[in-house]
Design a protein around this ligand. Sequence first.
Ligand code: HEM
Length: 501
Amino acid sequence: MFSFLGTYSLFFLISFMFLVLFLWIKQILFHPMTKKNIPPSPRKLPIIGNLHQLGSSPHRSLQTLSQKHGPLMLMHLGSVPVLVASSAEAAREIMKTHDLAFASRPKMSIPDTLLYGSKDITFSPYGEYWRQVKSIAVVHLLNTTQVQSFRQIREKEMALTISKIENCCGLVIDLSEFLVGLTNNIICTVALGRTYSGIKFKDLLDRFMNVLGVFSFGNYIPRLSWIDRLSGLEDQARKVAEDFDEFLEGVVEEHISKKRGVHAKSDEDQDLVDILLDVQKDNLTGFSLQRDTIKAIILDIFAAGTDTTFTSLEWAISELIRHPRVMKKLQHEVTEIAQGKSMIDEKDLEKMHFLKATIKETLRLHTPIPLLIPRESTQDVKLMGYDIPTGTQVLINASAIGRDPTLWDEPDIFRPERFLNNTIDYKGFHFELLPFGAGRRGCPGIQFGMIVNELALANVVYKFNLALPNGVKGKDLDMSETSGITVHKKSPLIVMATPRF
Ligand code: HEM
């Protein structure tokens, strides 16, 4: 009897223990904290995570990985979780549906060193400071009225560039140099009041852009930050920042002393530095503008505005050289509209639909900033069924979206006609085409940059026939890319220009 009772209670005891165990496991498995649905990830290595999978062309490697793992992938770059979006739908979810949650930027050491502790627009975290500095740049430089007011500057610089190329007709020239000079001069005149075309200034800008694009180990694997010191990256960044600061101090001081002088500038002659100094003095916005902020904004306008504009022009002309049929069609359009004028002016651009289609096609195929600028989530978000925690870095692979075969017919072919009779635009409302990003952190300089692109491309193809030297065929032009935030053509565009008329 006792033994029967003993067996009975033992049975109950074991059953009870199983029940407790079952409930405990159930609680663990179905607890809201552990029920997280994480996006698929490629297999990672200890310490470096997925860093080894980025290669020299991260936007291309990430595109290949997304074909295997899906349009939302969670990578681990060192110890940092990085969400990679590679479809128009994923981009829309991030930059439209959940734009506010993803409107910040991660803290990064190189931009911090170069841009006065990220006091610029591009790298400052989302918040009141960012809102104020962005609004200053938009109101005084980047809105439609302001952009139109710089028309004479653009047309004058364009005429100068055309005449420089004319002087070299029949010779082999580095067209990339002419295009860099054009975009730099326009931004310099608008922002600083005059051009700075010497080797020293160009070298400074080159060094700045190079360092900005270098991968920093410290940002992703803090315990390997010594590599940045040993490789000289930290010193390089500090030195460029010091040299640029010295240059910008000179520019600001020159403006201050001119303002005090007898020949003060008229309102129309005010450049960005003058305007920023006035905003600082009058404190109209109730936002106190420190000297470092003024310098950071100017530097940002250079960094964001020159490289991107020049590189899209360089890619457009390269594709046209590779595709004589398209070049001919474009030359036909601009010549018809120009009606024998010596130069195309900005009013003519309105009617040039094939020109606009050519530029769109270039931005699709050669997205200048292929992964946009990294963002960071500031709240937990449910994204396409996945749980994305606060503090996740986000990369939007705009280049992969531009070449997505489910969105674009023969995506690797350069065919501007695809944009004729097509409403897809690049202003951030169509997520199939995102060269300027979208949402709150989208590029505020679209108009500023595109008018320079259109004017320059129209005039170069209107005035000149372009051929590669030594009888090299257009189709053999080297189109390999550099790596960095902005992706350029690896080798400069060396051509022989001959006048068309
Ligand atoms: C073809 C030319 C250009 C391209 C392809 C381009 C592209 C971009 C991209 C991809 C971003 C990041 C967007 C994102 O994170 O969603 C950006 C941001 C920015 N761009 Fe542009 N850009 C161009 C021209 C310009 C110009 C001419 C200026 C100013 C003169 C400018 C000023 C800025 C600024 C200030 C930001 C930072 C916005 C923020 O973080 O709030 N860009 N641009």
